[in-house]
Design a protein around this ligand. Structure first.
Ligand SMILES: Nc1ncnc2c1ncn2[C@@H]1O[C@H](COP(=O)(O)OP(=O)(O)O)[C@@H](O)[C@H]1O
Ligand SMILES: [Mg+2]
Length: 266
């Protein structure tokens, strides 16, 4: 199992839309996908699928529920783990409750090929811990100067915390391919110059009114508008992700490695 964390500097740039539809596009290629809704402020992956979470990770920590009991099932067998306030609670989990978390989340290993985490925006500790524990980070930004400045701020923080997970950039809400490349270049130039780092360009997503329509309908784009320009872009990115994961992992992967890193950093 591999773990991808989807993040951004600024909120509202399209992380959740991307996460949900990347999951659908990867599921189309036969991968088994679970999404962890890790946004503390605005956990809305369930809503994007037209589902309602009754239980969250909090119920696992407390021992009231098992992973199987809190897991929601979306289209194409996609699993959704509602994080809710449980995501924060993970940071303060007692020793005696740690076993609950480890055994339950450990069972994910047999259920999934890729765990995608929709993290919150910004630089909170919960976010950076998820990022540190992931195999890959996908940073979503838009061409807006504010989104780019916040994306840079996040990259700078990752650098200062010595987080060395590969970072792939997706530029969302672009008008043209040239617009997408120019946006990426702006970020890459700053990262190269001031952080002495490098970034990988993973792809772009067109600004597309179908995205807003699918949000209103509470049905993911890949289901309601599978031939829309924005979903086609996400399918293309999914192809790249599947390609990366054809290669053997850089390190001992899987849930156990993820959890040990996540919990060690807490
Ligand atoms: N490619 C796009 N084209 C048009 N609108 C988009 C696109 N991506 C996101 N949006 C709009 O932006 C809003 C915020 O997206 P969301 O995925 O919830 O952002 P985040 O999870 O980063 O806060 C959504 O309501 C959606 O309508
Ligand atoms: Mg979101």
């Amino acid at each position: 199992m591999r773990v991808i964390a989807v993040t951004s500097g600024k909120g509202g740039v399209g992380k959740t839309n991307f996460t949900v539809n990347l999951a659908l596009a990867l599921a189309e290629t036969g991968k088994r996908i679970i999404i962890l809704d890790g946004d503390l402020g605005l956990a809305n992956v369930d809503i994007a699928f037209g589902l309602t979470a009754r239980y969250t990770i909090e119920h696992i920590i407390s021992g009231e529920k098992t992973i199987e009991q809190i897991l929601l099932t979306g289209p194409r067998g996609i699993g959704i783990i509602p994080g809710g306030s449980g995501v924060q609670a993970l940071a303060n989990v007692d020793r005696d409750k740690l076993t609950n978390v480890l055994t339950n989340l450990g069972r994910l290993e047999d259920m999934t090929d890729i765990l995608i985490i929709d993290t919150g925006a910004g630089l909170g500790h919960t976010v950076t811990n998820f990022l540190r524990a992931a195999d890959d980070i996908i940073l979503v930004t838009t061409p807006e100067p504010t989104a780019l400045i916040d994306a840079y701020g996040l990259l700078k923080a990752l650098k200062s915390e010595a987080i060395e997970v590969p970072i792939h950039v997706v530029t969302n809400r672009v008008r043209t391919e040239a617009d997408a490349l120019a946006t990426f270049k702006r970020l890459e130039t700053a990262v190269h110059k001031f952080l002495d780092g490098s970034l990988d360009f993973m792809g772009w997503i067109y600004d597309d009114p179908n995205v807003g329509r699918s949000v209103m309908q509470q049905e993911p784009l890949g289901i309601s508008f599978p031939t829309s320009p924005a979903y086609k872009c996400i399918q293309w990115i999914a192809g790249t992700v599947a390609g990366i994961y054809q290669r053997p992992p850089r390190q001992a992967g899987g849930v156990r490695n993820f959890l040990s890193k996540l919990l060690r950093s807490l």
